[in-house]
Design a protein around this ligand. Structure first.
Ligand SMILES: NC(=O)c1ccc[n+]([C@@H]2O[C@H](COP(=O)([O-])OP(=O)(O)OC[C@H]3O[C@@H](n4cnc5c(N)ncnc54)[C@H](OP(=O)(O)O)[C@@H]3O)[C@@H](O)[C@H]2O)c1
Length: 285
């Protein structure tokens, strides 16, 4: 099946390179900025289309990898086609939106799906290496033809119901974006002691890496170590004494959440309550 990609940003480039390098099935790109689609197309010996309609008509599968807020306007553009889209598939890559955004295309005979890579693509070049092993959530008109297509390209996928997409996407944002925010919070403490950003990350990396490996191996409850898991309330008081403002609030909010994990791991209830009261006073006054 021939593939066309609308949007030549991080995700568009990653998917184009993955499918294109495998068997040249990606015929080309259409993007808002022509130079960007030309650049993406050149990497995989494909072409830059002049319009989204031309792209859709020349391909069996159109992947719409534009920013979330632009998906509707791409659909509006595609709806201007006088031709039918019968037997064609349209997939968007948004995590939070459902295939409903593409529903108008069904009136032209198209099958529509949301096809979201559960991955963080921060950089166009690095993004290309991230597809193998990445899980995709799929929702919408998933039929045997598309299942075969996914399997042929060794795409790992799971089905998701429309009504679950918001919570699903929130989970992805927490484990990726809020992990980044937490790492930033920690490394900034090192920076405030005069160490460089680079050294802070280098010195903390084995700890970060070890923690992630523990979570993978033992799960998030058994992986918990540190003062809350041990019930060391004085250590927590020491930490709070050097924090102010948003950082103090964040430490306390995360602390309140972490006490629940510690309880699950076996922290004595009385100790958990003491720590929790401490955090609650910080959080709720
Ligand atoms: N980045 C991630 O980690 C990630 C992960 C999973 C899913 N997603 C989803 O994947 C989608 C794309 O994200 P991204 O990070 O790749 O975004 P991005 O890097 O900002 O790229 C968006 C691309 O869409 C193009 N575009 C915008 N409006 C357009 C329009 N009306 N017609 C044609 N092209 C248009 C832009 O055009 P020009 O460059 O040509 O100006 C740009 O190339 C979003 O739905 C996002 O939620 C992202």
């Amino acid at each position: 099946m021939k593939i066309g990609i609308i949007g030549s940003g991080a995700v568009g480039n990653a998917l184009g390179t993955y499918f294109g390098n495998m068997d040249h099935s990606v015929t080309g790109y259409y993007s808002k900025t022509l130079a960007h689609s030309v650049l993406a197309a050149e990497k995989i010996e494909a072409i830059a289309y002049d319009s989204p309609i031309e792209l859709a008509l020349h391909n069996d599968i159109t992947i719409i990898a534009v920013n979330d807020d632009a998906i509707e306007s791409v659909v509006d553009d595609l709806m201007k086609a006088s031709e039918s889209f019968s037997k064609k598939y349209f997939l968007h890559t948004s995590g939070v939106h459902t295939s409903d955004l593409l529903a108008p295309l069904q009136s032209k005979g198209a099958k529509v799906l949301s096809f979201h890579p559960l991955q963080s693509f921060a950089d166009t070049e690095e993004a290309q290496k991230a597809i193998p092993g990445t899980f995709f959530s799929v929702e919408g008109d998933l039929d045997d033809i598309l299942i075969n297509w996914l399997n042929n390209y060794k795409i790992k996928y799971f089905k998701i119901d429309k009504e679950n997409k918001i919570k699903y996407h929130l989970a992805a944002v927490v484990v990726s974006n809020y992990l980044v925010a937490t790492l930033d919070f920690g490394t900034k403490q090192f920076e405030s002691l005069g160490y460089t950003k680079e050294f802070a990350l280098e010195a903390l990396w084995p700890l970060i890496d070890g923690t992630l490996r523990n979570v993978k191996q033992f799960g998030s409850v058994q992986a918990l170590t540190g003062p809350i898991a041990r019930g060391d309330i004085k250590t927590i008081e020491n930490h709070l004494s050097v924090l102010t403002g948003l950082e103090r609030e964040l430490y306390s909010k995360l602390g309140e959440y972490t006490v629940e994990i510690a309880l699950e791991k076996g922290l004595e209830e009385k100790v958990a309550e003491d720590i929790s009261t401490h955090f609650k006073e910080e959080n709720h006054g």
